[in-house]
Write a new protein. Structure first.
Length: 248
């Protein structure tokens, strides 16, 4: 279901979210803006039993946006997918970081206890860090979209695409479970166990460690395990859905 706000004003956007959470178990937000001190008073808008909230981390590289920095929201960054020889995602495809994927250390939101174990030593981050996960959203793996009144077919990319993909992963898990997930953000980290070489991590995430060939790296360095560009990495949806998410 597509829910449109009356305007891009924050109050109107939150009103749209308020409606969306009454009709869905997964709310994907493809919007964001600069952080402000007052945002913490609105974080409660993303608290609803049985509803998972997700937000795009932004498309301008290093930098933190709200609501993706909210402690009640899963922040989704972007990766680049390149198809295998012969097409498709057969053996041989590659997935790298997209330098437009938003991320960084919040200047407003307090640290998340379950996230501290994952954060790299440099740069030091003592607050909420973004993103949490990443999915295909770079300009090398755009999707074709038809907008009949705006020129017809066009290629669309960005973390607004990535966040909808991960929302789909959560929705599939809800369908398998027969009821909606709660507390999903903390669970994603618990399931990764804090060790990028652990069985749990390798079973549920693809560790993204490099940038797209020929693409100028972003401000943040890629790292083994969690980083400020792709978070925990790209979810291995088949394992994550039928494993942790299906039995949480």
């Amino acid at each position: 279901m597509l829910v449109e706000a009356a305007s891009s004003n924050t109050n109107d956007l939150l009103a749209a979210v308020g409606y969306a959470k009454t009709v869905a178990s997964v709310v994907s937000m493809s919007w964001g803006g600069n952080e402000s001190r007052g945002q913490t008073f609105s974080d409660s808008a993303f608290l609803e039993t049985g509803v998972t909230f997700l937000a795009s981390s932004g498309d301008s590289g290093a930098g933190v946006e709200w609501p993706s920095s909210s402690p009640n929201v899963i922040a989704v960054g972007g990766t680049q997918l390149t198809v295998a020889a012969g097409g498709g995602l057969a053996a041989g495809f590659t997935e790298t970081a997209w330098n437009g994927s938003g991320g960084g250390c919040s200047t407003v939101e307090a640290a998340l206890a379950f996230q501290k174990l994952f954060l790299p030593a440099s740069p030091v981050c003592r607050n909420r860090a973004v993103p949490d996960v990443a999915m295909s959203g770079g300009d090398a793996s755009y999707v074709a979209v038809m907008i009949s009144l705006q020129g017809g077919w066009g290629g669309v990319y960005g973390t607004s695409l990535s966040v909808q993909m991960f929302a789909g992963v959560i929705a599939i898990a809800n369908g398998i479970r027969g009821n909606a997930l709660s507390g999903t953000l903390a669970g994603l980290y618990t399931d990764a166990s804090g060790d990028p070489s652990s069985t749990e991590y390798l079973a549920n995430y693809r560790d993204i460690t490099g940038y797209y060939p020929g693409e100028r790296p972003g401000s943040f360095l890629m790292a083994k395990g969690w980083d400020f560009v792709t978070g925990l990495g790209a979810p291995l949806a088949n394992s994550l859905v039928f494993g942790y998410l299906a039995h949480q």
